[in-house]
Design a protein around this ligand. Structure first.
Ligand code: PLP
Length: 338
């Protein structure tokens, strides 16, 4: 990616957004299905959300909404979007305030503070509940930003089409070319719906037979970044292009975390909870599949480094096991804030 903004050291970090690797998960592939993961934590701020954050900021700059050293970007988010916005904004000369549920992991909040973001904590559930009328994060972000439009800009990832465009213009084309057009099924977890609608629409335009599988979390979940669409209405951004989804899969906490452990022991990859959800759905669908030469690609949205305390608390890894995976540094690149 390129940017025309001239700020010290901004280009090198910003240019690292996108072009993440796709790897085969050999121990999970079957005779009919090859399993691939797109490792989104290779983005400089550690998740798939770097794409949406960069596209939203870039678009606001294009529209001359943002003013260097004056504008404050404010966003309600459960973590990754905040980290991406804070990291990218600080490189481009904007301040960031994040409205965040207090339940979000300590590691995530520490990273946000390290990146210079001001945090406003609410007692919400893990993810903001769009449309439920009770969502404090979204309401508070509006309450802070609305009276001062000269200073505050709220990208609002739940409605902003740049979130869709990021994946239509980058994630989709990358996967198509990385699989040489052989992908048959695309899997991703859903929060705002930006990843699934953007990537899904691009891939379907390339091959209308391709299957798009959307993963939601169970109710009352611990899967940061995902959402349950009975607890929370689908965001406006998702509703605009929902028809791209062919199949839904509901990931449980139990299966997702068990898979986090299996991925670590079989592939030596330390993944975030939602990657466990994604691979659980890929493995379950592969069991039903009878066709030959199937190519499944799943989005692994972030790695496990932010989840040390959660994984320890729920007994996925001991501290020693966790540290061993981090020390091995298998597919754990250095992040821009380390
Ligand atoms: C941690 C995490 N963040 C974000 C996303 C995608 O979110 P969105 O639907 O907002 O593009 C996912 C999807 O798997 C995720 O796991």
């Amino acid at each position: 990616m390129t940017t025309s903004t001239v700020y010290p050291n901004s280009a090198s970090v910003i240019e690292r957004i996108g072009n993440t690797p796709v790897i085969e998960l050999k121990s999970f592939s079957t005779s009919n299905v090859k399993m691939y993961a797109k490792l989104e934590w290779y983005n400089p701020f550690g998740s798939v959300k770097d794409r949406a954050a960069f596209w939203m900021i870039k678009n606001a700059e294009k529209q001359e909404i943002l003013k260097k050293d004056k504008s404050i970007i404010i966003e309600p988010t459960s973590g990754n979007t905040g980290i991406a916005l804070a990291g990218i904004a600080s490189h481009l000369g904007y301040k960031v305030e994040i409205v965040i549920p207090e339940k979000v992991s300590k590691e995530t909040k520490d990273i946000l503070r390290k990146l210079g973001a001001v945090l406003h904590e609410t007692s919400d559930d893990l993810c903001p509940r769009v449309g439920a009328g009770t969502d404090q994060s979204i309401a508070l972000a509006y309450a802070i930003s609305k009276p001062r439009p000269d200073v505050y800009y709220m990208p609002n990832q739940y409605e902003n089409d740049s979130n869709f465009a990021a994946h239509y213009e980058s994630t989709g084309p990358e996967i198509w070319s990385q699989t040489k057009g052989k992908i048959t099924h695309f899997f991703t977890g859903c929060g705002t719906g930006g990843t699934i609608t953007g990537t899904g629409k691009y891939l379907k335009e390339k091959n209308s037979n391709l299957r798009i599988v959307a993963i939601q979390a169970q109710k009352n979940h611990l899967l940061q970044g995902l959402r349950n669409f009975e607890e929370s209405a689908k965001p406006e951004l998702f509703l605009r292009r929902e028809s791209v989804v062919d199949e839904w899969y509901t990931a449980t906490n139990e299966k997702s975390f068990r898979m986090v452990k299996d991925i670590a022991s079989h592939e030596k990859l330390l993944v975030g909870p939602s990657s466990g959800s994604v691979l659980a759905s890929m493995v379950d669908l592969a069991k039903e599949n009878t066709k030959k030469d199937q190519v499944f690609v799943g989005i692994f949205a972030d790695d496990g480094r932010k989840f040390k305390s959660l994984y320890k608390e729920i007994g996925i890894f001991t501290e020693d096991e966790f540290d061993k995976y981090v020390d091995a540094r298998n597919h754990l690149p250095e992040l821009a804030y380390e």
